[in-house]
Design a protein around this ligand. Structure first.
Ligand code: ATP
Ligand code: MG
Length: 286
């Protein structure tokens, strides 16, 4: 992972705009994200080009692609941590300039401050939230009894749950997840996936998840976007009811279909007809 920016709340380091009245009235706080013809180069290396993307409020999108294809760069553009070289990022219809105040980010490592107790680590993300919000956030991740502990006394999985509580406190409109479960053991990872799914269903926000785990993408996302050749080349809709069962044939069929595409196996598309939900953006059949 190439990100060297502290993982705390993006909103905590940027002025927090007042919530629009319409959102308060409707109770819908999830953010809309739009990228229009976005390109990003580092020096002479073009990493992303011609990225056009619309994410609806309360949509859960997964970004999948080979290592180095630009997934984290895309997430950082949406977070406002880096500016596009050309094109525009819009959040709720407004051009993004600087840090995205509506976004929270979670990374592969928990990035807790070791000299700050667990509850205070969570509180750091949203200083305007009352103490009860910290308690609720820790309850959501089943760590209500560990608030006064030091981060180093927690297991790796527990530390990631604290990072999740920190990301979720105050119900952010936009959650950006950069391989948040990548360092966890298989069982803890499955538990965390189910926890994220349950919490997202209880409090739907807009979510963008970067993952190398296709099963994780199918389990959590409404839509899977393939990043390759510097752009979003293909998308797969995930129209399975939640909670999703991994052993269901439709689930496994979609996993195989996405995996086949990502790995570019020698099996041709005609030999493995996928469900009708996939859309080849490059061919314009969206
Ligand atoms: N700040 C930077 N300066 C120079 N090059 C960068 C910078 N950030 C990213 N890159 C380059 O952009 C490309 C995409 O990086 P990125 O981290 O977005 O890939 P990724 O898809 O997230 O990969 P991974 O799955 O391994 O995390 C890489 O070639 C990387 O070296
Ligand atoms: Mg990355």
């Amino acid at each position: 992972m190439t990100n060297h920016i502290p993982a705390l709340d993006l909103a905590a380091v940027a002025p927090r705009p007042p919530a629009p009245q319409a959102e308060l009235a409707s109770g819908s706080r999830a953010a809309a994200v739009k990228l229009v013809d976005v390109a990003k180069s580092f020096h002479t290396r073009c990493v992303l080009r011609q990225v056009d993307l619309s994410i609806e409020p309360q949509e859960f999108v997964a970004l999948v692609g080979r290592s180095g294809c630009g997934k984290s760069t895309l997430l950082r553009l949406i977070a406002g941590l880096i500016p596009p070289t050309s094109g525009r990022v819009y959040i709720d219809g407004q051009p993004l300039a600087g840090i995205n105040p509506r976004a929270r980010m979670m990374f592969q490592d928990a990035r807790l401050l070791p000299w700050v107790r667990v509850a205070d680590n969570v509180a750091l993300a949203a200083r305007d939230q009352p103490a009860v919000a910290v308690e609720q956030a820790l309850q959501m991740v089943q760590l209500a009894d560990r608030g006064q502990d030091w981060p180093l006394t927690l297991s790796g999985g527990q530390r990631q749950r604290v990072a999740l509580a920190r990301a979720l406190i105050g119900r952010p409109p936009l959650l950006l997840l950069d391989e948040p479960l990548g360092a966890l053991d298989a069982l803890t990872r499955i538990e965390m996936q189910l926890l994220i799914d349950r919490l997202w269903q209880q409090h739907p926000c807009t979510a963008v998840l970067v993952t190398h785990d296709i099963e994780e993408a199918v389990l959590l996302a409404n839509r899977i976007l393939i990043v390759e050749d510097g752009t979003i080349s293909k998308e797969f809709a995930v129209d399975l009811p939640r909670p999703r069962a991994r052993l269901q044939p439709a689930f496994q069929q979609l996993v195989a279909h996405v995996l086949t595409h990502v790995l570019r196996t020698s099996v041709t598309a005609s030999e493995t007809p996928g469900p009708p939900m996939d859309r080849d953006i490059a061919r314009g059949s969206r």
